[in-house]
Design a protein around this ligand. Structure first.
Ligand code: ATP
Ligand code: MG
Length: 404
């Protein structure tokens, strides 16, 4: 399908500047808005929170819940095309919008990513076509399925099918008794039990696909998680064994293609220890939007994941990104806003910014909490060694624990 692009800076028949809309006002929406504005678009954000990070910097901010009919009508009236920054935007709301405006990604693709059971079924279908498969798993949404879980899925991780993020909605279960208790604790909602795998590494791949089927990708990101939350992303030549990196890119492209996906898609993978030197790839989950592990693209690539989101939704050409610098991203969690005795503080940005190649991105959140994503620090350098040295210095200044 091809359609006329919404050109940046275009004055529409209504007399209004070409405006791009986004469902959700978090930090991903904020960076989308900033990318759209840089190119000359006006922006509209729908998010009920008057202090949402994206709402604060957008031309228009519609402050209603996601399913509010008037809010959706206002967003459609303002916007030539609409995207989403939050994967739990109710799919019916996207369906309503999609009936009147180009919406990228489409409700049906977002619906797959919102439900771990549908998501895994999609991965299995892609694996049958030669792609990378998911961890062994079982869907559980009734007592009979709970009792029928094969023993070799234990020890495992029970994950709610919907609404989990940053490790929330997950319980590790060593045995059947723990599994039954965990499902009870989850309120007997639909869940997926996944076999607990021996992880060597974690990585992610971000692709962008246009309505015309054109598809481009960023290099695979190596991700370190702490307490279920992304902590560090490293992207440079040699960050991962080349065969695994190539396989992950091919798999991600296939996952996007088979969904006829339009927009930016991130797929997360595990590298598991299968006894081989390099390990084997397993697909974990996907995010129907730009991803935390792609924030380095703002400073290390000639086109960022947010600009590709803008281009894909506006019907503009996509270009294959070129990473021009080795990059390391440090997530800045709210924990850094508290001293050793729990006293509130502002991290010493002046000291961090004295290091060449550091790029600070804060999301405009007024209150810090432990585990809350407040911003990120991108580090770029001419060489991998220099990027690593600077990242370690910055981490030490901020109180981020060292990593391998
Ligand atoms: P996100 O914030 O990425 O959406 P999430 O809450 O949806 O996270 P997952 O990505 O499923 O959760 O899991 C979070 C982390 O827990 C993973 O990055 C990985 O470190 C660990 N993990 C998840 N599943 C498994 C598994 N089957 N075996 C081993 N470790 C796992
Ligand atoms: Mg994850």
């Amino acid at each position: 399908m091809s359609r006329k692009p919404v050109l940046p800076g275009q004055v529409m028949a209504s007399g209004q500047m070409a405006t791009l809309g986004v469902m959700g006002g978090g930090q991903l929406g904020r960076m989308f808005v900033q990318a759209a504005q840089e190119m000359g678009y006006f922006t509209a954000v729908l998010d009920a929170d008057p202090a949402s990070p994206a709402g604060l910097v957008s031309h228009y901010h519609i402050q209603t819940p996601y399913e509010d009919e008037q809010g959706l009508a206002q967003l459609m009236q303002r916007s030539e095309a609409i995207t989403t920054e939050f994967e739990n935007v109710p799919a019916p709301a996207l369906m309503t919008l999609g009936a009147h405006r180009p919406v990228a990604p489409a409700a049906q693709a977002v619906a797959v990513a919102q439900d771990r059971i549908a998501e895994k079924a999609h991965f299995v279908a892609c694996a049958q076509a030669g792609g990378v498969g998911p961890a062994p798993y079982a869907a559980i949404d009734n007592e009979a399925l709970l009792n029928a879980v094969p023993a070799d899925l234990l020890p495992g991780i029970l994950k709610t099918a919907r609404l989990g993020y940053d490790g929330k909605g997950q319980i590790r279960v060593p045995d059947r008794a723990a599994l039954a208790a965990a499902w009870e604790q989850m309120g007997r909602v639909p869940c997926v039990l996944e076999k607990l795998l021996p992880l060597k590494d974690e990585l992610s791949v971000i692709v962008a696909r246009g309505a015309d089927g054109q598809i481009v990708h960023f290099p695979p990101q190596r991700n370190l998680h702490r307490d279920g939350i992304l902590a560090v992303t490293e992207v440079f030549e040699g960050n991962l064994p080349a065969p695994l990196a190539q396989q992950a890119v091919a798999s991600t492209r296939a996952i996007a293609e088979q969904l006829k996906y339009v927009g930016v898609l991130c797929v997360e993978y595990f590298v598991i220890d299968d006894g081989s030197a390099e390990g084997a790839l397993v697909v974990n989950e996907m995010a129907p939007r730009p991803h935390n592990s792609g924030h380095y693209t703002l400073n290390a690539c000639d086109v960022s994941q947010f600009e590709l989101q803008v281009r894909a939704m506006a019907g503009l050409p996509l270009v294959q990104p070129r990473q021009h610098s080795p990059a390391i991203m440090l997530n800045l969690l709210g924990d850094l806003w508290f001293g050793p005795e729990g006293q509130a503080r502002t991290p010493d940005w002046a000291a961090v910014l004295a290091l060449p190649g550091t790029h600070l991105h804060l999301y405009g959140k007024l209150s810090a909490r432990a585990g809350r994503k407040m911003g990120h620090l991108n580090i770029t350098a001419a060489t991998v060694e220099q990027a690593q040295a600077t990242a370690r210095q910055a981490a030490a200044l901020l109180g981020i624990a060292p990593w391998a």
